[in-house]
Design a protein around this ligand. Structure first.
Ligand code: ADP
Length: 165
């Protein structure tokens, strides 16, 4: 069975992530969207790991071959435990490249059996990032077309002027 893992923070999942997943799901029997719970980044996440998993699951419910899981260690350890050899990452602009290249090289060093595939973002999603979306949400800006509707609701609740007081 051809399986790949697509790891990330997904804080929260965006239309950019979903585009990559829609495209990849066509080429794999099983695609694992792996929501990272890095203890180092714990205080930087906007949503808890379980909230991020839930938002991703709901966004991807139409895919019978996509599963959403969570993990708090190295992606390569998850891959070894689950016998997966392909990890996919999305590439937007040049600044993604440097980060992705060093991560792919590190993964190759510590787990030579792992292959990293980089997939270009569709041009219409180049500018979409979870970080940018949180900035917009924090300032009560429009989120339509950037995240699925239920994610928009979750962001509105998280950043509502009432709850942040
Ligand atoms: P991380 O915190 O690990 O960078 P993210 O959730 O921000 O996790 O992103 C997960 C993966 O999805 C990364 O490879 C990132 O480059 C990619 N990605 C994020 N946004 C987009 C987008 N708009 N189009 C394509 N790929 C994207």
């Amino acid at each position: 069975m051809r399986t790949a893992v697509y790891p990330g923070s997904f804080d929260p999942i965006t239309v950019g992530h979903i585009d990559i997943i829609d495209r990849l799901a066509l080429h794999y029997d099983r695609l694992v969207v792996l929501v990272a719970h890095s203890l180092q980044k714990k205080d930087l996440y906007c949503f808890t790991v379980d909230e991020r998993v839930e938002l991703a699951r709901k966004s991807l419910a139409q895919h019978s071959n996509v599963i959403v899981d969570k993990f708090s260690g190295l992606t390569v350890d998850y891959m070894r435990q689950n016998n997966i050899q392909v990890v996919v990452r999305g590439l937007r602009a040049v600044n993604d490249f440097e980060y992705e290249m060093s991560m792919a090289s590190m993964n190759k060093k510590i787990a030579p059996e792992v292959e990293t595939l980089l997939v270009f973002a569709s041009p219409e999603y180049y500018y979409v990032s979870s970080r940018g979306i949180k900035e917009v949400a924090m300032n009560q800006g429009p989120l339509q077309g950037l995240v699925p509707q239920h994610v928009e609701v979750a962001l509105r609740n998280k950043f509502s002027p009432v709850s942040s007081k």
